[in-house]
Design a binder for this molecule. Sequence first.
Ligand SMILES: NC(=O)c1ccc[n+]([C@@H]2O[C@H](COP(=O)([O-])OP(=O)(O)OC[C@H]3O[C@@H](n4cnc5c(N)ncnc54)[C@H](O)[C@@H]3O)[C@@H](O)[C@H]2O)c1
Length: 260
Amino acid sequence: MSQLQGNVAIITGAGSGIGRRIALSFAAEGAQVAIADINLAAAEDAVREIEAAGGAALALAMDVTSEDAVNAGVEKIVERFGRLDTMVANAGIQIVHPVEDFPYEEFRKVVDIHLGGSFLLTKACVKHMYPQKSGSLIYMGSVHSHEPSPLKSAYVAAKHGILGLCRVMAREGGPHGVRSNIICPGFVRTALVEKQIPEQARTLNISEWEVVENVMLGRTVDKEFTTVEDVADIAVFLAGFRSNALTGQSMIPSHGWYMG
Ligand SMILES: NC(=O)c1ccc[n+]([C@@H]2O[C@H](COP(=O)([O-])OP(=O)(O)OC[C@H]3O[C@@H](n4cnc5c(N)ncnc54)[C@H](O)[C@@H]3O)[C@@H](O)[C@H]2O)c1
């Protein structure tokens, strides 16, 4: 039987990469999904893919740093599908520099999208979840919610912050029947990661092969990338979990890079 029949979900940053795979997997399990992305064309393309497979989806143009855009998008979902059960706060970017060269504007941009965006989405979603006494908040953290890496001060700070937000929401949401968990993947070969390979090679003065083998996969148990499917399987599991026993938890698909 489909694991998410009747479930209504919003996934931010679902126009590409991990978010898109989560949206496709949710829809395949029977959920109605809102694909929210700053890139509307990518969101519409994901909706077409879901509809072609017989699923139900809605594309939303949303910059997660705009409270008005987030609120309007969440209202549209409830108008269209009548309820909201699952939030996946996934939209994100990466900018890498050593701290001494990190433009403050770029630092703020990373933190605003990841942490500010997760906060705004949470605030908009729980307004609908609390009255129905149910809901699942899923945050997209990273191994970098637990572990530092050089050049990633903004990203690591934001991802640690999201872990804290997730845990607060487990406490605040619990009495309202809303659970809150975070997925913390290791490296997944999406556009966000492809862009970093030449950047890190330049900054660290090593080859692109060394970036992949030593920086990205150096501490995995088998030198393998985590996949979008690995992350989506965990998101489906968290969205469909039958009780609120599992809350405040960090799930870490990383080929053993981080064993928390
Ligand atoms: N790829 C990895 O190795 C990896 C590892 C751990 C965690 N993550 C996290 O997974 C999430 C998705 O990353 P990905 O690798 O799929 O990247 P991606 O670049 O493929 O997808 C990111 C999506 O977010 C959207 N986006 C960017 N800024 C936005 C904004 N302001 N408002 C709304 N949407 C916006 C982009 O348009 C894009 O569709 C991010 O939070 C990232 O930090 C990725």
